[in-house]
Design a protein around this ligand. Structure first.
Ligand code: ATP
Length: 236
């Protein structure tokens, strides 16, 4: 059984239906990427899984139905979202952001150890621990957003366009960290990504979302070799 099992997911904003019955799975420890044009519904899919949008259909995680649970309960179940556009609280310090990410945990020593761990992975965050997040560079904020999402110790990390607007070197560093997190702790990753090249290199499987429907799926390697995918998302 898959770790995440989404079936017939329908979601949108008021009368505007964006997802028209999406089926998608993520296995334990798997890395899966969702590609799709602007407006295809990728962010809507991530927000629905994270419990930030009401939806119909089935969202099951680790064998339990999550559908329409509140976001906090979804985090408690083991899913954490790095939202599009830097998910930090800009008025809070770096340290406060990390503590907020651990709000569902009660093991204070474990939380302190994890903060140290992420300071080791992203040393710039340690240097700026007392600085408010809004004063960090884009890349630093994205590192903080990733670390903050991981502070809840998720079994599945959802990343919505974490490369958006960042310098290639920063993006490569973030992807390297994501690969390490997956390899070392077995955290499954579901990535929505414009940078298809990097995402397909990290992922085992991929989905293509077109106007709210799954238009294709397969092994990441096969996706890279598919002419239509290459032209639309890889630019060669
Ligand atoms: P992008 O790459 O541009 O972020 P996306 O694939 O993530 O695209 P979504 O952000 O999920 O797409 O948007 C899908 C559709 O839903 C779009 O037509 C968009 O205009 C619409 N939409 C998004 N957010 C809202 C909202 N808050 N209210 C109404 N419509 C919305």
């Amino acid at each position: 059984m898959s770790l995440l099992q989404v079936e017939g997911l329908v979601a949108g904003y008021g009368p505007a239906q964006v997802l028209h019955g999406v089926d998608l799975t993520v296995g334990e420890g798997e890395v899966v990427v969702v590609l799709g044009a602007n407006g295809a519904g990728k962010t809507t899919l991530m927000r629905a899984i994270a419990g930030l949008l009401t939806s119909r259909g089935t969202i099951a995680f680790a064998g339990h139905r999550l559908g329409n649970r509140r976001a906090e309960l979804v985090v408690r179940a083991g899913i954490s979202l790095v939202p599009q556009g830097r998910g930090t609280f800009t008025a809070l310090t770096v340290l406060e952001n990390l503590r907020v990410g651990a709000a569902v945990r009660t093991d204070r020593d474990g939380v302190a150890a994890d903060i140290e761990h992420w300071f080791g992975v992203f040393p710039v965050l340690r240097d700026r621990a007392k600085q408010v997040a809004g004063t960090l560079s884009g890349g630093e904020q994205q590192m903080l957003a990733v670390a903050r999402a991981l502070m809840s110790r998720p079994r599945l990390l959802l990343c919505d366009e974490i490369s958006l607007g960042l310098a290639p070197k920063i993006v490569a560093g973030l992807f390297e960290v994501l690969g390490r997190i997956n390899a070392e702790s077995g955290t499954a990753l579901l990535l929505v990504e414009q940078n298809a090249e990097l995402a397909l290199a990290l992922a085992g499987r991929a989905y293509l979302l077109e106007v709210g429907r799954v238009a294709g799926q397969g092994a990441a390697g096969e996706f890279r070799d598919n002419d239509a995918v290459r032209r639309a998302y890889l630019g060669y």
